[in-house]
Design a protein around this ligand. Structure first.
Ligand code: NI
Length: 254
């Protein structure tokens, strides 16, 4: 069975067929799903999905691009949600300098604040980091985020940065990009990172793997990602499935 560590079934892209898409995902051999929050609103809908489906869990948190108007009241809401047994992580949180909005100072402030929240709740974090390798690592180290650990999702940096996260005990999230022909850097990272430190994800509805590239992504396409990792690692798909599944269980405790 495959563990889906990062998806957004709450997204409006699934408004017409959410239950169907979730059912097809379980039918495709995916055993467990973590639905990831990216705003206060989607943190709530993630939690509602997790309450509805026994094998769906929720991560709650605010994506860097959504931090502009955050308040301490919002943090209090997240703190309350975090007490629910269905919540397994704080995320996705981090820094995004590709879109570079809102200003970096604000992104950093709320990244740090949400790491705090994770430590208080005793939950791992799911990190979103794009074009912000150095600042993300500095914050992770300064806040001693390794005490809760977690995943660097949709990993987009090279092996040097991967090594630093591995040294801190973090796991590397690998998604649809690994199936792209031109994804040389990520393929090198997958070759470099031991299988027992990799987790599988789709980030659906974004980043559909080949042969679905360009269309709406869904967690049911995870087998393509597993296959690509297996090819790079020179092991069977079954081995990738079982090792990465155990990794996710170790992180989320479910
Ligand atoms: Ni995401």
């Amino acid at each position: 069975m495959i563990y889906e560590t990062h998806t957004h079934f709450d997204d409006k892209a699934f408004d017409d067929d959410r239950d169907e898409a979730i059912r097809r995902t379980f039918d495709a051999g995916i055993g467990k799903i973590v639905n990831i929050g990216s705003s206060i609103k989607s943190s709530k809908t993630s939690l509602m999905l997790a309450r509805e489906y026994p094998d769906i869990y929720a991560a709650i948190g605010v994506h860097p691009e959504e931090t502009k108007d955050l308040t301490e009241d919002d943090m209090a809401v997240l703190e309350e949600y975090a007490k629910d047994d269905n919540v397994v992580a704080i995320g996705e949180i981090g820094l995004d300098y590709y879109w570079d909005e809102p200003e970096r100072k604000i992104q950093k402030k709320w990244f740090i604040r949400q790491i705090d929240l994770a430590k208080k709740a005793g939950l791992p974090i799911v990190i979103h980091s794009r074009d912000a390798a150095e600042d993300t690592l500095n914050i992770v180290k300064d806040t001693q985020a390794e005490t809760v650990g977690g995943i660097v999702h949709c990993f987009s940096y090279g092996t040097q940065v991967a090594k630093q996260y591995l040294d801190l005990g973090f796991y590397i999230g690998v998604g649809g990009v690994v199936t792209f022909k031109n994804a040389k850097k990520l393929k090198e990272v997958v070759e470099y990172v031991p299988l027992d430190r990799i987790v599988t994800e789709t980030d659906s509805p974004y980043l559909a793997p080949v042969p679905m590239r360009g269309g709406r992504n869904s967690s049911e396409y995870l087998p393509y990602i597993v296959e690509a990792i297996a090819t790079i690692k020179g092991v069977t798909a079954e081995e990738v499935e079982s090792v990465t599944y155990e990794n996710a269980v170790r992180i989320f405790g479910k």
